[in-house]
Design a protein around this ligand. Structure first.
Ligand code: CU
Length: 137
């Protein structure tokens, strides 16, 4: 009987640790900035930070591929364009970067709303290399 109890205590401790681990994993973490510059890193297969909140207006994007294996790019998309399909924000593309490379910084004007960040190379989007950019006062 004591063995049973310690086993369930261990299970509870394990589940608690798992919950903490999942919580720290980051999907709910939001990076907020009031500054007109946003630095993003790309790797296999993420955009970091993944959830960003910024102010409306001119925004400079400085992007670096910190991955080790794959080329990546960054495209800012308007989620619901014609036919509810995402459309690329004009000028909102940082061209393909090899591992270790920084892209040519871009500047775009952001209106209040929600944009999508994505790497459009191969199936990287499906592998999780996307993010959400919220623009709000
Ligand atoms: Cu990619």
């Amino acid at each position: 009987m004591p063995q049973e109890m310690s086993r369930s205590a261990l299970t509870a401790a394990f589940l608690a640790a798992l919950a903490v681990g999942l919580g720290a994993c980051g999907n709910d973490d939001v990076f907020r900035t009031d500054r007109p510059i946003l630095r993003l890193t790309l790797d296999e297969y993420r955009i970091v930070p993944q959830n960003v909140v910024v102010k409306p207006g001119r925004m400079k994007f400085v992007v670096r591929n910190t991955g080790r294996h794959a080329a990546h790019n960054l495209v800012i998309q308007i989620p619901e364009g014609p036919g509810d399909k995402p459309v690329d924000l004009p000028g909102g593309r940082v061209e393909t970067m090899q591992p270790g490379e920084s892209g040519e910084p871009i500047k775009v004007t952001l209106r209040p709303g929600e944009y999508r960040l994505v790497c459009t190379i191969a199936n990287h989007d499906d592998l999780g290399q996307f993010g959400v950019l919220k623009v709000q006062e």
